[in-house]
Design a protein around this ligand. Structure first.
Ligand code: ACO
Length: 323
């Protein structure tokens, strides 16, 4: 008998503080009209000064564990996708494990920026299929606001903080039908934080570790990669696009989402959109949108849901899920 992984529960958490486009007008030379027309974003949530990625991850994790009807003690794998870990080490997953009051099972972070949740789901699915885990907690959590230069209008208007989580359980019925991952490191400099621990550490010491991007190139790549991977996913499952009940794309920009939907010929009413209220929460964006769709009743048991992400690296990935 084959073992598959299946989503048993979803959860999410957004920090309380809301930054509207009007607030940003006070901070940089921008306008609500520019931000909405170029990105579709109206507002985003920003973590409090004493609130860290692990705090957001913990709230999302507990909500997913509750919705799965399980307990932290039953989790035997924790994977956190994040670009903004609390510390250089230990991993945010290990910090979270301590918060959840459990020990012993493997806990680690994956880093694939805005595609991170897709990479984490892929890894967790393989752990479960091979019998190495039976109940995995998979989280995307970010305090991206910490690596945003709040004086750079080209970048600061686009991002926000948040966390989303799923519990994946072993099941004889397939839930995750397929996963697809890609990277192309040739484009690493088009979207990056060009400082780190081993390189340019002096900039970190003076608080200058900020995201930079070539917005136009990122836009073009994101549209092509995220629409091509829909085709790849459908072909791998011998499915037609009309069989997709919901598309849950990475939430970077409404124009990217609309262009992907158009190229993939998936109608707008089948696409879950949160970017207007969340901005781009990087690895958290897909599980946040998934949780919203599940909790408001749009996504139902048995639905086919295609989730996909694209981010720095470049990295991109998808998963086809039967809920
Ligand atoms: N407010 C007002 N003006 C601005 C702002 C702002 N916040 N930001 C930039 N501008 C100006 C620029 O200075 C430039 O002015 P210039 O022509 O005088 O030099 C002009 O606006 C650029 O305008 P457009 O070319 O019309 O901008 P565009 O339509 O390309 O939109 C944007 C820019 C929103 C960044 C778009 O390229 C984009 O969304 N790219 C994808 C970037 C992205 O999503 N990155 C996130 C990480 S990757 C991911 O998650 C997929």
């Amino acid at each position: 008998m084959n073992t598959y992984s299946r989503i048993a529960g979803t959860g999410s958490y957004l920090p309380e503080r809301v930054i509207t486009n009007a607030d940003l007008e006070e901070m940089v030379d921008t306008s609500d009209e520019w931000i909405r027309s170029r990105s579709g974003i109206r507002e985003r949530r920003i973590a409090a000064e004493d609130e860290f990625t692990c705090d957001l991850a913990e709230r999302a994790a507990l909500s997913a564990i509750e919705s799965a009807g399980t307990t932290p003690g039953d989790i035997d794998l924790i994977i956190v996708a994040t670009t903004t870990p609390d510390l250089v080490f230990p991993s945010t997953a290990c910090l979270l494990q301590e918060r959840l009051g459990v020990a012993g099972a493997p806990a680690f972070d994956v880093q694939a920026v805005c595609a991170g949740f897709l990479f984490a789901i892929d890894v967790a699915d393989k752990f479960i299929r091979t019998g190495s885990a039976t109940r995995a907690l998979v989280i995307g959590a970010e305090t991206f606001s910490r690596i945003v230069d709040w004086t750079d209008r080209r970048v600061c208007v686009l991002f926000g903080d948040g966390a989303g989580a799923v519990v994946l359980e072993a099941d004889e019925r397939p839930g995750i039908l397929s996963t697809h991952l890609h990277s192309d490191g040739r484009y690493n400099d088009l979207l990056c934080v060009p400082v780190g621990v081993s390189r340019n550490f002096d900039k970190i010491k003076v608080g200058e570790a900020f995201a930079t991007m070539d917005g136009g190139e990122v836009f073009r790549w994101a549209v092509t990669a995220m629409s091509d991977i829909i085709d790849e996913t459908l072909v791998a499952n011998s499915m037609d696009r009309t069989q997709i009940d919901w598309l849950v794309p990475h939430q970077a920009n409404i124009r990217i989402i609309n262009a992907v939907g158009k190229r993939a010929r998936i109608p707008g009413e089948k696409v879950i959109v949160t970017v207007d209220r969340h901005g781009n929460t990087s690895a958290a964006s897909v599980p946040l949108a998934l949780d919203e769709g599940v909790r408001d009743g749009r996504i139902r048991q048995g639905d086919h849901v295609l989730i996909e992400g694209f981010g720095g690296g470049f990295t991109w990935g998808s998963a086809l899920i039967r809920m």
